[in-house]
Design a protein around this ligand. Structure first.
Ligand SMILES: NC(=O)c1ccc[n+]([C@@H]2O[C@H](COP(=O)([O-])OP(=O)(O)OC[C@H]3O[C@@H](n4cnc5c(N)ncnc54)[C@H](OP(=O)(O)O)[C@@H]3O)[C@@H](O)[C@H]2O)c1
Length: 242
């Protein structure tokens, strides 16, 4: 079975990737929310179960990292988030991050200055090069989630649990799709977006399919911080109302 998608109204998608929702939010709201919700939700919803929780996001200026920060803040967490570029720390602050951190490869000491016992939860999107340091940032009985690999390094050679994992710190992983985002949770996200309580950052909008190479070039060269959107113009008769 296949269905249409609100972000790409003319496309046809496997039904398992489609989550029904009430039209509380307009298509303008739903469009950016659809592609950024499932991954960030899957990675932050389990560790960030209660308010007053502290969460570290590694790879914080990625579109997934920014969406995860938005969701975590919306759920009442205090967010620490990283960029390798000092010039992007102000952007993280603007996007609601409580503690922007410069990622030099080691952020655990800076995290421990803020939270001497370690943070409650961490989401690592950079990959296995930073994962040991991310684990060292987490408190006993806290959880670090391996949610992606911007470094493109996915494996741990000669994994020895007792040496790799700090005592009492949990390591989890997440990789999934729309099926992991419960309908009710997605509806709550859409309602919050429509009410202006939650926003998913769009870095820039490109007009027309001919701009796709430029969008890819910007993405490949890390010029963007947030989602890139390509707006396609349709003839007025068939244009979806966004
Ligand atoms: N678990 C899931 O279901 C799921 C779903 C979707 C995506 N993901 C994963 O989430 C990650 C983020 O994807 P995205 O599309 O949001 O990325 P993106 O927007 O293209 O992020 C690019 C940014 O990542 C930062 N970064 C940090 N360390 C990096 C490194 N070693 N190499 C390159 N960039 C680095 C850079 O920012 P600074 O220069 O500011 O540090 C860069 O500007 C990917 O690993 C992807 O596989 C997971």
């Amino acid at each position: 079975m296949r269905a249409r998608c609100c972000a790409w109204p003319r496309s046809c998608w496997p039904a398992r990737l489609v989550t029904p929702n009430r039209p509380a939010a307009s298509a303008r709201h739903r469009g950016p929310a659809c592609p950024v919700s499932a991954g960030p939700w899957g990675t932050v919803s389990r560790p960030v179960r209660r308010s007053a929780c502290s969460v570290l996001i590694r790879g914080g200026t990625s579109s997934v990292g920014l969406a995860a920060a938005a969701l975590a803040t919306w759920r009442g967490a205090t967010v620490l988030s990283t960029s390798r570029q000092a010039g992007r720390l102000a952007l993280l602050k603007e996007r609601g991050v409580d503690h922007p951190l410069l990622d030099t490869g080691q952020v655990a000491p800076a995290v421990r200055e803020l939270y001497p016992g370690g943070v409650d939860a961490a989401l690592d999107l950079v990959g296995t090069p930073t994962l040991p340091d991310t684990l060292r940032s987490v408190r006993v009985h806290g959880t670090a989630c391996f949610g992606g690999s911007l470094s493109n390094q996915w494996t741990i050679r000669d994994f020895s649990p007792n040496e790799y994992l700090p005592k009492g710190v949990r390591l989890s992983g997440y990789s999934g799709d729309a099926a992991d985002l419960p309908q009710q949770a997605f509806q709550e996200i859409l309602d919050a977006v429509a009410a202006g309580q939650l926003a998913f950052p769009v870095d820039r909008v490109y007009d027309g399919l001919e701009q796709v190479p430029r969008a890819h070039d910007d993405m490949e060269h890390d010029r963007a911080a947030g989602k890139l959107v390509v707006r396609v113009r349709h003839s007025p008769a068939t244009s979806p109302r966004l």
